[in-house]
Design a protein around this ligand. Structure first.
Ligand code: 6GU
Length: 239
């Protein structure tokens, strides 16, 4: 998968060289390219924002640099053009926004199937609305929010999305079994985990886990998942 990120703070994404995603980049599974939006400005001050039409607080990101950036990045070829049946593919263009659809595990699974994702990180009061209309001519546009709170810009949200999506790409997480039994994969929270020692500071590991009875352990874990979800996230059971 190819991922392009456009931001006025590219160094936010230095962390993507670390850990499993860093390894996936080194091995060529993930091709992540971070770009500075200001590279698509042409004035001396490399201006990316201006005051809002109609008045109001804050600044709005100008459309021109975004238009040039998306034109340049969307026309990349996902696979060699001479490969039969694999001509140019339209990217999925994601704009992180507190006004977008909420990012869920299902969203990560869906986006993990794409060949090419472009993330456009807005700052200030947002991006000129016409950029989203223009981007729809280049690919599938998605406005996606991390949740119901406000961040100063999209960078931290995009880091979270790339991590959630990247780890679902085959080969990124070494043991694919660890992707199956985790929170949200089956709509429930994860069951509690324990390791050695079996007695620590007077606290015992639940004895069933030491019983060797795999059927009883599976049933206990399921009950724990349901109980935790009822207590912490009743909204998940209502869905
Ligand atoms: Cl994706 N962006 C910003 N700026 N704030 C957010 C968010 C995204 N998701 C939740 N809050």
């Amino acid at each position: 998968m190819r991922i392009d990120v456009v931001s006025i703070f590219p160094s936010y994404f230095d962390g993507l060289t670390l850990s499993l995603l860093g390894k996936a980049r080194d091995s060529g599974i993930l091709d992540v390219n971070v770009h500075d939006l200001r590279d698509w400005t042409s004035d001396r001050h490399r201006t990316v924002d201006d005051t809002p039409y109609g008045g109001g607080a804050g600044m709005v990101m100008k459309p021109e640099p975004w238009g040039l950036a998306l034109d340049a990045l969307a026309s990349r070829v996902a696979a060699p053009a001479d490969e039969p049946g694999r001509a140019e593919q339209r990217p999925t263009i994601v704009f992180p926004s507190p006004a977008g659809e909420v990012f869920r595990q299902a969203t990560a699974r869906e986006l993990a199937t794409r060949d090419h994702l472009i993330f456009g990180c807005g700052r200030y009061e947002g991006i000129d609305e016409r950029v989203f209309e223009e981007a729809a001519g280049l690919g599938e546009v998605r406005l996606i929010s991390l949740g119901d709170y406000v961040l100063n810009g999209g960078e931290v949200a995009v880091m979270a999305m790339i991590e959630a999506i990247g780890r679902l790409i085959p080969g990124v997480v070494g043991n694919p079994d660890s992707l199956v039994e985790e929170s949200h994969e089956d709509g429930l929270l994860e069951y509690p985990s324990y390791t050695k020692p079996s007695l620590w500071r007077g606290r015992e590991v639940p004895p069933i886990l030491l019983s060797g009875n795999h059927g009883a352990i599976a049933a206990w874990r399921r009950e724990q998942q349901l109980e935790r979800t009822r207590r912490r996230r009743p909204d998940l059971l209502a869905d």
